[in-house]
Write a protein that binds this ligand. Structure first.
Ligand SMILES: CC(C)(COP(=O)(O)OP(=O)(O)OC[C@H]1O[C@@H](n2cnc3c(N)ncnc32)[C@H](O)[C@@H]1OP(=O)(O)O)[C@@H](O)C(=O)NCCC(=O)NCCS
Length: 185
């Protein structure tokens, strides 16, 4: 009997094993069609991974918390020297981001087309602007906005900005619930 190459996830995306390890999904997770999740990846309840993302946990682990959204075409990888990618709860990662060996704490925000390199870190409620490049080992502190290539501190975030970031995250949680209903094959 041939071994199973992949399984369909809720929503239609695909899960692949690597080295005998399958991705693990919490309750209410939505994996959109075209998304591929490989190996040692764990995704917490009510998180969503959108169309054509690749999350490859082969040479290290990827962990994603609850209520987080990883938007279309984003690539998440790790580094075999022990550098994992750890993403917390209620994080927003915009379209076409490249997240490589990075920690993003709860309520962090990574704008679309941003790149984060090995050992970089976004603290709780930190924000990386669209199109930024966060160099290796750089750290966006809590409630700071960083932008540019290479990214540098742009300004502090006020309560209004933080509200807007959270509204985006909650919006994606609602959208994922709707997709899950419609895409239950
Ligand atoms: C950074 C951001 C929050 C805008 O901040 P802002 O303070 O409102 O910026 P403004 O539009 O008033 O522009 C202020 C200056 O910053 C520059 N700027 C705006 N966005 C920038 C970015 N992403 N990177 C670098 N510079 C940026 C503007 O060009 C402008 O420069 P100038 O003063 O020389 O004219 C916004 O551009 C952003 O990145 N949002 C994230 C969107 C996203 O990725 N969403 C996820 C998908 S849903």
């Amino acid at each position: 009997m041939t071994e199973e190459l992949c399984r369909s996830a809720p929503g239609g995306g695909k899960l692949y094993p690597f080295n005998g390890v399958w991705p693990k999904l919490g309750k209410g997770v939505f994996i959109a069609p075209g998304a591929r999740i490989i190996g040692d990846v764990e995704i917490g309840d009510n998180s969503s991974i959108w169309f054509n993302c690749v999350l490859r946990g082969d040479v290290e682990a990827i962990r994603i918390g609850k209520g987080t959204n990883i938007q279309d075409n984003t690539v998440i990888h790790v580094d075999g020297r022990g550098i994992k990618t750890i993403i917390g709860d209620n994080v927003l990662v915009g379209h076409s981001a490249m997240i490589h060996g990075t920690t993003i704490e709860d309520k962090g925000f990574v704008g679309f087309c941003a790149v984060t390199m090995d050992g970089s870190h976004v603290e709780n409620e930190g924000m990386l602007a669209a199109g930024s490049l966060l160099s290796p080992s750089k750290r966006v502190k809590s409630r700071e906005l960083w932008a540019g290539r290479p990214a540098q501190k742009f300004r502090d975030l006020n309560d209004e900005a933080l509200k807007g970031m959270m509204a985006g995250t909650v919006g994606y949680q609602e959208l994922a619930r709707k997709y899950l209903k419609e895409y239950s094959f």
